[in-house]
Each structure stands twice: as C-alpha cells, then as structure tokens.
Design a binder for this molecule. Structure first.
Ligand SMILES: [Zn+2]
Ligand SMILES: [Zn+2]
Length: 231
C-alpha cells in the first residue's frame, strides 16, 4: 500500500496493521511511531516517494513502547541516524527490547479475542536507545511545534502528540479506529485509560490519527467528544 497524504505536511505510512505518520517540515522529516518489526522498508519507501532520502529523517517520536509501535525503530535509526523520543516510563522497554508489560483485554468479545492473538508481552525486539524523554505539558521544537500529552492507561508511558501548525492530533492507542471508533485492544489500567480518553476528547484539533485504523479529518473533535461522552 502506498503512502497517503492526510493533510498538508502529514502522510500516513502503512505498516501492516499499524500506522506510522511522516511529518514534512523545513527542518527535515519527523516520523511518529515505527511499526511492527521488519517494517523499516515501508518507511524508506515512503520517504523516497516524497522525493526525500532516509538521512533526512531527523526525529523518530515513539508514542509508546509496544512492539507494534517501536518494532522497526532500531533498524530505522541504524539507517537514518534519527534522534529518538519516548516517555520515561517506557524507555526501559525500548532499551531492553522486551519483555513488555501485560495488558488486560478491553471490554467486549472482539477485543478479548484480538488482544490475546495480537499482543504478546513476552515478545523480544532489537533494543533501541532513546535520546530524549517525552514530558507531559512540553512542546517539542520540531516541525513548528508538537505538544506532548501523557495519556497512560493502555500503556503507562503512552503519549499523544498535537502538531500545532496542522492542528492534527496523533492519539496513539488511546482509541482505535478499526471498524469504527472504539477502545484499544487492551489496558494496563482501565481507569487511567478512560481518563486519557476524556482528556483527548477535551482538546481542539482538526484531524486525528490513530495507531490502528483510519484517520478522521472531518468533525474530528466532535466525534471524539461524542464517543467519550457515551462511555
Ligand atoms: Zn499499544
Ligand atoms: Zn498499537
């Protein structure tokens, strides 16, 4: 599947069952998330499709330390030299390459089945060194400004990112948009996860992308709010 433009300056890189997002800025390229293991070629293909070269990838910002988001990080860094970012609670996961923390399935039959099939906390990955911890309430001076919002629950070190110039929210696995907007596959802590969903639903943005499933580019704030209110 080819790279797809979402809004000006943002492309989604299809990484199998997970998404990564490329932000194009004057100061180079930034990639949000690194997909499952062995998916680095999809990133390099996407970068070349934009008329760029892999060495122009300057930043690799990881939303959380799960294998489907950091899986190809080591290989991407080896090729590009990109600077890496992750919340401190998940840095040990990336730097050891696993094992990961157990997660309880989210409510509902489908997620109970999929969580068991798709999430293996004993998985082992190539370790990747993290250059800079992501801190709640700070703004990364990357691509015109990216706000860091700590949203634990699904994963203790999860962050969402709000790219200011394009008013696009990267919601990671706070929600999932596969067969409709809904919960992620599982939670380490359900109460924290609900609080994080409510926190993101209280923000204002024009588009929202998820770790899994389609991007919402119309009525994004209203749709998240409506879903969160119904919980
Ligand atoms: Zn996850
Ligand atoms: Zn995920």
């Amino acid at each position: 599947m080819a790279i797809k433009r979402i809004i000006d300056g943002v492309h989604v890189v299809p990484m199998g069952n997970a998404n990564a997002y490329l932000i194009e800025a004057e100061d180079g390229l930034a990639l949000i998330d690194a997909g499952f293991p062995d998916k680095e070629a999809a990133v390099f293909t996407a970068i070349r499709a934009l008329g760029r070269t892999p060495d122009q990838l300057k930043h690799l910002i990881l939303t959380h330390g799960h294998p489907d988001h950091i899986g190809s990080a080591a290989a991407i860094v080896r090729e590009t030299g990109a600077r890496t970012y992750l919340h401190e609670a998940d840095i040990p996961l990336a730097e050891t390459g696993g094992p990961f923390r157990p997660m309880a399935p989210a409510p509902g039959m489908l997620r109970r089945v999929l969580c068991r099939v798709l999430y293996d906390h004993n998985e082992r990955l190539a370790p990747v060194a993290i250059d800079e911890p992501l801190v709640d309430g700070t703004t990364l001076p990357i691509a015109g400004g990216i706000d860091v919002i700590h949203v634990p629950g699904h994963c203790a070190g999860q962050v969402a990112l709000l790219w200011r110039p394009g008013r696009m929210l990267f919601a990671a696995d706070v929600f999932m948009n596969v067969m409709g907007l809904g919960d992620p596959l599982g939670f380490e802590n359900l109460a924290d996860g609900r609080a994080s969903q409510a926190r993101l639903a209280g923000l204002s943005f024009d588009a929202v992308g998820f770790g899994h499933g389609g991007v919402i580019t119309r009525d994004a704030t209203a749709r998240l709010r409506k879903w969160a209110r119904a919980r």
